[in-house]
Design a protein around this ligand. Sequence first.
Ligand code: B12
Ligand code: SF4
Length: 549
Amino acid sequence: MSNYFADNNLLTRKILKNQTESVFEFYGRFKNFMKQRILLLSMPNYASGFDRAARFPNLGLASIAGNVDEDIIDKIAIVDLITVRSDLKKYLIKLLKSFQPDIIGLSAMSFQYQTAVEIAKIIKKFNEKIYTVFGGYHITLAYDIISNSEDVSYIDFMIRKEGEIAFNNLVKALVENPGNFSEIKNLSYKKNGEFIHNKCAENIDLSKLKIPKRNIRIRKSFFAFGKRTDVIETSRGCTMACNFCCMPFMYGRTYRKYDMNRIQKDIENSISNGAESLFIVDDNAFLDVRHMHNFCDMVIKNKFNNIDYMIQASVRGVASDENLARKMAEAGFKFVFLGIENVEVEDIELLSKDKKVLTESVHAVKLLQENNIISAGGFIVALPDDTEEKIWNNFHFARKIKLDAPFFFVATPHLKTEFRKNLIEEKAVTNYNDFCFYNGLQVNVRTKSLSSEQISYILSKMNGKYGDFEYIKFNKIRKIYPLFFWKTILKNIPHMMTNKLRKILYPKNKYINYIAGRKRLIKRMREWLLDKEEVILSRLQELNARENL
Ligand code: B12
Ligand code: SF4
């Protein structure tokens, strides 16, 4: 980095050409020249269930873009690669050729990280002078492991935790003070080939953050339940102690709220960028029920309730206040995702959740149903003592309370969490470090009585069985978004028919649909520049051998 000037032939040529200019004229031109072309990328990998109902843009990148000083930007754009569905590599090269970036920021959750590295390889092959800056959840959790891996050849900088201020300071340093990175908080940079990890700053004072830049997204095809969608936040952080959650590593156990005027501007900005629905991405917006009341009041007062709202919520927050659910309906809320986690008391304890979560869930779902709001619920199954019956109990609970959209997640040993430590101690982890599979749907654990493959098979059966005729009758998605609902059903028919046909053709092989699903996964992973054929097939062979198919 310190030889930035020497590296930059174009700049040297420009300096020689301008020898006759006054110092001030030259400085102005020089600063302009040094302005950066910044490209921000979110990853293409998705967890398959989510993808059918919604495809959201990445808010972290829009917020980072909104907070880079204008005078150091030549051009800035965001590309949410989740919208690129064919030949990613070809798309990337075309993008690099047309945009000619100086800096590329890549955002990745753990299951997307390896794709981010593959993309960085493509970037460096295209032009090794483009700076690659990695940020997001996985970097925050794994920067120390990454800095000792082969991946460092493709990563110039890493930014841990909140990125807005650190990224701006990094771009400023590249423009004004190349090579001087030691004072930039949250930054990891290389010196003599080794990563140095600067200290992290305190959490950002949210009143200092400008609103996200949405108009610079190159690709815009985001949807939720068939409507154009966007993302906003009204707070950051959560003070709860769920031991499986990665969020405390981002902000500590803290909670900060945005000012309501700022949230109002953010909604206006989203609507002016075409949003017909908004997903509120807060970690736990319901931690302060008053804040949610204020949010709904502001939405109603400003007549922003002509668009739809979706949010994830704690069951306690929803259950604690009957008036809130009513007000949410008036404000346009159509979808609430509740963290139910598990119906087995020992499992709730293992997840460090409050045992009241079950009774509160029943009440919360009832309140949502009464107010015509879709209730979704996340369960975390396959904890060490889980048997097949215990896993199915979550299914029965979801059906009993008529949950519109259940998500049966598998316990995932995310890096650094207490949960991972406990699972490792229980010898329950079957995949320690191939993070591509850490998407909540792939199984990376075993229980005392079930193998990873058996768990996976049970889950595929549960997911298949939930959407029966009875479900079509009771669920609210059909009533609130009929067009989306029937389209999804129609799209699914060929898939369901193929599954049925497989069962008829191979009556003795009960795993045949599961195997087909795994093959689809291999294909999907290839689209994300990952080749996992060997890993997945070798696991399947183990299953075949064990079950003696
Ligand atoms: C909203 C959200 C979603 C949404 C939308 C995601 C989207 N479009 O980005 C939905 C519902 C689709 C979703 C799904 C999933 N999610 Co999610 N999600 C979140 C949530 C609640 C908020 C993320 C957010 O937008 N925050 C607000 C923005 C402003 O912050 P940010 O994204 O963190 O960005 C900041 C920093 O990270 C950093 N940064 C980020 N990227 C970059 C890049 C650069 C270059 C730099 C410099 C900095 C930087 O700077 C940003 C600004 O400060 C988090 C956190 C939580 N408490 O649960 C989980 C979380 C990110 N999700 C998680 C997971 C695992 C998933 C799933 C895989 C499965 C699941 N169990 O939920 C799926 C799969 C997603 C898919 N692509 O298919 C995990 C990730 C764990 C990990 N180690 O990777 C989290 C942390 C949840 C948790 N409790 O552990 N998710
Ligand atoms: S309530 Fe949600 S955000 Fe808060 S610690 Fe638990 S899982 Fe994480």
